[in-house]
Design a protein around this ligand. Structure first.
Ligand code: ZN
Length: 333
């Protein structure tokens, strides 16, 4: 039986690419009352079509849940999906404001919920640089533009919504997912965090999907699902973890430039966040103040180390010159 329409919700996860939306979508879609659809809009975009990760790996010719999508009109997309999955909450990680807007206009039989997912720009940059070679400045502007656009869209939508930071979700998944599930109108189920136990049929393939293959005792994924992140995810198979590769992957110069970028700083301030040397913090929170205090306490020693490093060669030079003068001039004088 189809769920009552007043309880139907479509949760649109909006973010810049590679901000952790697949993982967030898998967890939100692992609730007993929800279903994950992946990047659902791909079903209507010929050049972007990909098979369902789970069914393709099982060797099925088409997805056993989303098969037949080709004959569905885009305007009927969610009606069709609600009927197919028979769950009252659908999780769509298409990430695109235009796609969400199209389905929020006019008559629809569900309540839209918007989740703006943001990743620390330094962590995001490291992820983008692993895939694409572009100047860091171009990526910085892209991060700002995408998140500014999503923020404006969410603000003007008048919908139920939440902004969430990937880094905070990963650091404290129980607290943050409890909050997100509440926004989606669902009571928190701790089991959802272990998303690899649930069956997920949708258009998504990246590192977070690796745990699905292992969780369902499937073989290795088909070649088109393999990404530059697979080896990293294999080391974190079926665990909750924080991806902090940026701390050693990004150069010190790039980290400094991103951390000091005024546009990034202004945008983060709108969400009450700021960048610290080791991550992103909420400026008003007790946790944030503690981290700020710890950083300031550590700062004099860091400064001293930096100064010593700068002074070191000059100091050595002086000592050598002093000895040389001593050796040359000393005995004759
Ligand atoms: Zn499938």
């Amino acid at each position: 039986m189809t769920a009552p329409m007043r309880n139907r919700r479509v949760v649109f996860v909006l973010s810049a690419p590679h901000s952790g939306s697949t993982w967030v979508g898998y967890v939100l879609g692992s609730h007993s009352a929800s279903a994950f659809l992946g990047e659902f809009e791909r079903g209507w975009r010929e050049e972007a079509k990909v098979p369902c990760t789970l069914c393709a790996t099982r060797g099925l010719p088409e997805c056993e849940v989303l098969g037949g999508i080709d004959s569905v009109a885009p305007d009927q997309a969610y009606e069709w999906a609600f009927d197919r999955v028979n769950k009252p909450v659908l999780i769509d990680i298409s990430k695109l404001c235009a796609w969400s807007q199209r389905h929020m206009q006019g008559d629809h039989t569900f309540q839209p919920v918007l989740i703006h997912l943001i990743r620390d720009p330094r962590s995001w940059m490291a992820s983008m640089l692993r895939r694409d070679i572009q100047p860091v400045d171009a990526f910085m502007r892209l991060w700002c533009e995408t998140n500014t656009q999503i923020h404006a869209f969410v603000q003007h939508s008048g919908c139920r919504s939440a902004t969430v930071f990937y880094d905070e979700l990963a650091a404290d998944p129980v607290r943050e997912f409890r909050r997100l599930f509440a926004v989606c109108g669902l009571p928190f189920e701790r089991s959802a965090l272990e998303y690899w136990h649930a069956e997920h049929h949708g258009f998504a393939a990246n590192g977070a999907s690796s745990a699905i293959f292992a969780g369902h005792r499937l073989g290795p994924p088909p070649p088109h699902f393999r990404t530059a992140d697979d080896a990293f995810y294999a080391t974190h198979d079926r665990t909750m973890f924080v991806d902090r590769r940026w701390l050693h992957d990004l150069g010190a110069g790039d980290i400094a430039r991103i951390s000091a970028d005024p546009e990034i700083g202004t945008l983060l301030a709108k969400f009450g966040r700021r960048l610290m040397p080791d991550g992103i913090v909420a400026t008003g929170s007790v946790h944030g103040i503690r981290r700020l205090a710890a950083w300031w306490r550590g700062e004099p020693s860091q400064l001293a180390i930096r100064r010593l490093r700068r002074m070191g060669p000059r100091l050595l030079h002086r000592i050598r010159n002093f000895r040389r003068k001593d050796a040359i001039g000393g005995p004759g004088e």
